[in-house]
Design a protein around this ligand. Structure first.
Ligand SMILES: [Zn+2]
Length: 299
């Protein structure tokens, strides 16, 4: 954990929530099959991923796959008691050791949503370039500000930065991805080609990002890719329609809510709670169980 006032305050608050039993009603609702936990990671350390798995197992949770979740939703079956679905975004090269090895060790299913271009080209994720340039004062545009501009404008600035900032591989290689996809515990999902903010893209660009990523991944791993996660959590009805017409079955947002019977009505808007890499484990427990985001969801 990074020692900052924010993290220490959050650690204190999280311990207080645990002390007053805020997690108990969540466990109870999960046990009754009223809710299912949906948790996502990006590039956690092996230690962080492992302690999260251990916490779930110790607290009586079972980890189910995205395939199982889809089959439950499709067949309108009851939510299984005390269950969690685990997903990972982007396809970071460290995932191989820190996620896949742990998943195999604990025999638990995990879905990794991969952005294909950084895998194919070895280039960094776009925000790595921008952050580096911003830190070196080579651009006035922060990562956050470029998420708010039309896609062509973001790409234009990115291309300028790419010519002046050095590049390191962030993502898995094609060979690593293929090897990972052979694991019985790993499902590969799509996370677009270049990780744009889809809602800032033209109709054609948004369509191609979704359609092409599926085609590229399926060609690499020789398996159907039917699940999707929206980059940065941004989507509109246009993206849902594109996913439906391109044979996707389910998509994950970053909306921090529980999976409930409501989710059955919109399988292209499955919510997720995020686990952060630089905060205390106490805070991450409170995040994974949704207590952090509690908006009177718990009766
Ligand atoms: Zn992402």
């Amino acid at each position: 954990m990074e020692l900052s006032i924010r993290n220490i305050a959050a650690w204190l608050l999280s311990n207080y929530f645990m002390l007053i039993g805020k997690i108990n009603p969540v466990k109870k609702q999960a046990k009754n099959g009223e809710i299912l936990l949906s948790v996502y990671f990006h590039n956690p350390s092996k230690k962080l991923f492992e302690v999260c798995i251990k916490w779930f197992l110790k607290n009586g949770f079972s980890i189910i796959s995205t395939n199982e979740l889809h089959s439950i939703i499709k067949n309108n079956k009851p939510l299984p008691p005390s269950s969690v679905v685990l997903t990972v975004d982007d396809g970071w090269k460290e995932n191989k050791e820190n996620i896949v090895a742990v998943a195999e060790n604990y025999k638990i299913p995990v879905t990794i949503f991969v952005t294909t271009s950084p895998v194919e080209t070895g280039e960094s994720y776009w925000w790595t370039y921008i952050q580096k340039a911003f830190d070196q004062k080579l651009t006035n545009h922060s990562v956050g500000s470029l998420k708010l501009v039309p896609n062509e404008q973001r790409v234009q600035e990115l291309n300028r930065i790419k010519s002046i900032v050095s590049n390191n591989r962030d993502a898995l290689s094609i060979e690593e991805l293929i090897a990972i996809s052979d694991s019985p515990y790993i499902t590969i999902g799509s996370h677009t080609v270049t990780h744009p903010i889809l809602t800032m893209c033209s109709d054609e660009k948004s369509l191609n990002e979704i359609k092409d990523s599926k085609k590229i991944l399926e060609n690499w791993i020789q398996k159907p890719v039917n699940f999707f996660a929206y980059p940065n959590g941004n989507y509109s009805q246009r993206e849902i329609n594109t996913l439906k017409s391109n044979e996707f079955d389910m998509a994950f947002t970053t909306k921090p809510e529980y999976v409930s019977l409501d989710s059955f009505k919109s399988p292209f808007e499955i919510p997720r709670f995020d686990v952060l890499e630089n905060v205390s484990f106490a805070e991450n427990i409170i995040r994974m169980t949704g207590v952090w985001f509690d908006k009177k969801q718990i009766k």
